[in-house]
Design a protein around this ligand. Sequence first.
Ligand code: PLP
Length: 385
Amino acid sequence: MKQLTIEETALDNLKEIAEKNGTPVFIIDHEKIRQNYRIFLEALPRVQAYFAVKANSNPEIVKTLYNVGASFDVASFPEFMVVYENIKSLPEKERQDFIWDKIIYANTIKRIETLHELDPYKPLVTYDNIEELKKIKDHAPHAGLVLRIRVPNTGSMVELSSKFGAHPGEAVDLIIEAFKTGLVVEGISFHVGSQCNNFENYMQALQLSASIMKESESRGHKIKILDIGGGFPVKYNSKVKSFRTLARKLNTEFDRLFPKDIEILAEPGRFMVANAATLVTKIIGKAVRDGKTCYYLDDGVYHTFSGIVFDHCTYPLKAFKEGELKVCAVFGPTCDAFDTISVAEELPELEIGDLLYAENIGAYSIASSTYFNGFPPAKVVHINK
Ligand SMILES: *Cc1c(COP(=O)(O)O)cnc(C)c1O
């Protein structure tokens, strides 16, 4: 039975890269990244895309997106610097004007040391509680603020609302409080949860944001920025709803609920990179346990397959060989039984030394790879840069 989904030439190419570089090898296709950016832009013409660097913080990805005009969502000072690297060659004046257009620091909780490091750049930062507001006032008084509100995350693959976002009922008070201390709230943000397959989350979030903005304006504080966060779904399988449908709904609501002059930004992470990377890994061991064939690979859940744990994602494995598919188990290389990629994968009969590949593994994968057991993260190879 034929199991191959990508063309033979692309397969030969993957194999060649693996043979040349060794395995595990994480292959990033920059043309796919540029294509994803274009798709996003065309579908949401009023929105500026701030790529959420945490999805895949490889500096070459940041550079590619920077070159096509993207902006960035960062959540730590090191991520900030990965982006700033691209900006720092600009003349001083331009650089300062540029920074809000290019970077939002979208982690609502910041170390005091980080606030000190950020302050000279006069960054745009998010907050969602009064203690954080005091910290920003004391340690990064030059920052512009974006209030993150808590919105429904129902039906998203990764839930965020338990940890982040001010209750909508407190939002206006938090805005007024910020202005009272002399800070300026520039925007409102939310995140509907990652890989959101329930578009109602976005609709409710927009509704909530619009009413908070209205009330804030009626109390003398006009909000200029609407940040719709991430969550844009990737077509991992046929059950995922269409991004274009979501985009159409969003565009309608932007026009219906918000003033024409509002600046709209989004923080897509997964959407920009998920389908832009393929992993090639090698079978390093084989055993039959309780009648089931078990394959041991040179990559696992402590490494590129970390998304199985942290991202609640699955990455179907495919062989380069053809043959009758049989149910088998697939494990990673570490000395931990938790390092299990699948207990029910369907693969042809394979041997030690055979290669496997996993597609659509570009987001929340290598970014959370560890060095557990002394095994380093997969080698990265860039194509179509
Ligand atoms: C992770 C994250 C994103 C990116 O989310 P995706 O679902 O990958 O698009 C955007 N904004 C914030 C604040 C995040 O924490």
